[in-house]
Design a protein around this ligand. Sequence first.
Ligand code: HEM
Length: 148
Amino acid sequence: GQFCSYEDAANVMREWNKALKGGNSAPILLRISNAIFNAMFAAEPSTRALFNRVNVDDMHSGEFHAHSLRVVNALDNLINKLHNADTLTEMLAHLANQHNVRDGVRHHYFHVMRDIIYGSLGSLLDSYNEDAWRNCLFGIFRGIAKSL
Ligand code: HEM
């Protein structure tokens, strides 16, 4: 079924793609992902060690940048499929499997990250319709974390 209303999805996609200046801009994506990861590590310090394999000790390293881009490019792909529920459902199932196999990843952390995103997008995006984002991101996070 649908993840959020057609209108909410349209607002979320418009606001997100406007922040990315209509292109896939690595510096903007990295700024967004650094803000999210730093806030998550501050709120839930135990999450930091989950990213040792991708050199979280140096968040400016190529390894961590590459990881950050995998995450935020995935988020970009998910957001832009909000009007294609069948594809989005399959993308979420694939991401759920990728997280299920990682030791130490807990359902609760997805709530932490979700609340951080709700709280920080207002300053990261030029315009931010908070209700639309809450309605649409709920199903995205649930889709990845529901089987954790
Ligand atoms: C890896 C996306 C949230 C923990 C990944 C990968 C993607 C991704 C695309 C790479 C997959 C792979 O190569 O296997 C996302 C998205 C999220 C999200 C879109 C939220 C919307 C989280 C949260 C946690 C988490 C909340 C836990 C705190 C991890 C870990 C890895 C990972 C531990 C493996 C890192 C490594 O390569 O060693 N994520 N993720 N993710 N994610 Fe997430």
